[in-house]
Design a protein around this ligand. Structure first.
Ligand code: FAD
Length: 491
């Protein structure tokens, strides 16, 4: 393919935006087609009664990956997305009333552990961080930021693979953490991130401790203007570098010439020609809507989807309660039982842990004067379970309201919006989960749906349904990996 070919990116979520930046840097003529009026996808913005809500991602980690993408189009994070590192990254609140702050600085974190959990666990912190760093350094370049398609691709870096095994990456995450820390509160704090990958901490392999590393050690950031500042800045930088964006534009079919991709068809009936297409729809949805004549990747026939999340956005009168910070995790007493209920039985947790994010703590402009925005997330089953969301939604709202009142959050509600798995499904997410296929070992790396469709040359995938996986850092990498595929493609 000539260097300056026409590439269409379907979707202006973070995966699509990342792909657009890397593709543009390769000299392609890039057009992004987005169904919604704004960029961002699961990190987009809704504005209601003067309150600005980020609908999905709120915990921003690894801004260097955003910087990498921005630099492809002549911008930088520093200039385009002013942000601050949160300290504490989280306030962990436990059922017994105790609290623990995840501090931004290692010395401060060690001393926080000493204060709350004692000397033994404080002394275990530095070796724990060293272990996480080893895992991260081995995994990121060789197994995450890499196009892995077949099992033997894993053997491309035998030394790194051997070191990973020696590091204990294929043991249990829960045991790896429990072995190091005696206090159960730290066990919860350093393993709950497995849920981001759709796994119970007790079932997750220690390789997923890289999420703990990104989340609790490498830092959590708050962009000025909220999370939406990230897709907004990426879209603006890409546009300034020559990428064309069409919003309110839905792709309904893929156009073909012979057995190759030749463009896309829009809901208006228009066909937009292209030499290659990067599709960022959830992969099962892409096959259902855009590739009905091709069988989906085999892994999807017995797919295990991550649990979903209900998110209640509230615009309220008043400020954050004393002591509350940007991200507040309320750990329930129940632990193993909760994951059995949520993941194995696919029903609501009887004693759920919840995340309450208060973006206005750091950015009051997201709400009218004297008001706050609250974002309450409860993990809930995906639509593979028996929950009837028509009857469950009002009950869930009542429980969340009761929880907020009990915990002292302001509940003088001006405006609100509750997202459930039904909403995620309506947005095109298979099984009503915004977290895609769970990262079980057999749905990770070369076992996850790949990012190219060999039966339709010129079609590539990015986003959380393909490699490397779910979450802002991973989908940014997925955009880069898809651009690499386009570079390698020669019709
Ligand atoms: C509630 C929630 C909380 C989360 N919390 C975090 C967090 O704290 N930290 C973190 O790192 N990650 C978090 N995530 C995950 C993260 O947001 C996602 O993994 C990531 O944003 C997905 O990006 P994407 O580009 O793959 O998909 P999307 O953002 O879904 O982008 C796909 C885009 O394609 C568009 N589209 C779909 N169909 C069509 C079509 N036919 N034609 C044109 N356009 C189309 C969609 O409108 C959308 O804009 C969270 C997600 C949710 C929902």
């Amino acid at each position: 393919m000539s260097r300056a070919s026409r590439v269409i990116v379907i979707g202006a979520g973070l995966a699509g935006l990342s792909a657009a930046c890397y593709l543009r840097a390769d000299g392609h003529e890039v057009t992004v087609l987005e169904r919604e009026p704004l960029p961002g996808g699961r990190s987009t913005r809704i504005t209601q009664d003067g309150f600005a809500f980020d609908i999905g991602a709120t915990v921003l980690t690894m801004p260097s990956l955003i910087d990498d993408a921005l630099r492809q189009v002549g911008a930088t994070v520093e200039r385009a997305i002013p942000m601050k590192r949160l300290d504490p990254a989280y306030l962990a609140r436990y059922a017994d009333g105790s609290t623990l702050r995840v501090r931004g600085d290692r010395d401060a974190m060690r001393e926080e552990i000493r204060r709350v959990c004692g000397d033994r666990d404080a002394d275990a912190f530095d070796p724990f961080v060293a272990w996480l760093e080893r895992l991260y350094d081995l995994e990121l370049p060789h197994f995450i930021d890499a196009n892995l398609e077949r099992l033997w691709d894993l053997a491309r870096h035998p030394l790194a693979a051997a070191k990973l095994v020696a590091t204990g990456a294929f043991g249990s995450l829960d045991r790896a953490v429990s072995r190091r820390f005696a206090d159960d509160r730290l066990r919860k704090l350093f393993t709950f991130q497995a849920m981001y990958a759709g796994l119970a901490p007790t079932d997750a392999l220690a390789i997923y401790a890289v999420i703990t590393y990104m989340d609790s050690i490498a830092g959590v950031y708050a962009p000025e203007g909220g999370m939406y500042a990230v897709p907004r800045a990426m879209a603006d930088a890409a546009a300034a570098a020559g990428v064309t964006f069409h919003y309110d534009t839905t792709v309904t079919a893929l156009a073909r010439s012979g057995n190759r991709i030749s463009g896309v068809q829009l809901d208006t009936g228009d066909v937009v020609p292209a030499d290659a297409v990067v599709c960022t729809l959830d992969v099962p949805t892409a096959y259902r809507l855009l590739l009905p004549d091709l069988s989906p990747p085999r892994v999807l026939s017995r797919a295990k989807y991550a649990p979903s999340a209900a998110v209640w956005h509230l615009g309220v009168k008043g400020g954050a309660p004393e002591g509350a910070v940007h991200h507040n995790i309320h750990f329930a007493d129940a632990w193993e039982r909760s994951f059995v209920e949520l993941i194995d039985q696919r029903r609501m947790m009887t004693d759920p842990s919840r995340l309450v994010t208060i973006p206005t703590v750091d950015d009051p402009q997201l709400a009218p004067e004297g008001c706050s925005t609250l974002y309450v997330l409860e993990p809930v089953p995906n639509l593979g379970g028996p929950t009837d969301w028509r009857s469950e939604t009002p009950r869930l709202r009542e429980r969340l309201l009761n929880f907020l009142e009990t915990q002292g959050y302001p509940t003088d509600i001006v405006t609100e919006r509750l997202y459930t798995p039904i909403d995620w499904q309506a947005m095109g997410m298979a099984e009503g989960t915004p977290f895609a296929l769970a990262h079980t070992f057999m749905q990770t790396g070369p076992f996850r749906p790949g990012n190219r469709e060999k039966r339709l040359p010129g079609l590539f995938f990015a986003g959380s349904g393909t490699t490397p996986g779910v979450g802002v850092p991973m989908v940014l990498i997925s955009g880069k990996l898809a651009a690499t595929r386009v570079r390698e493609y020669a019709p």
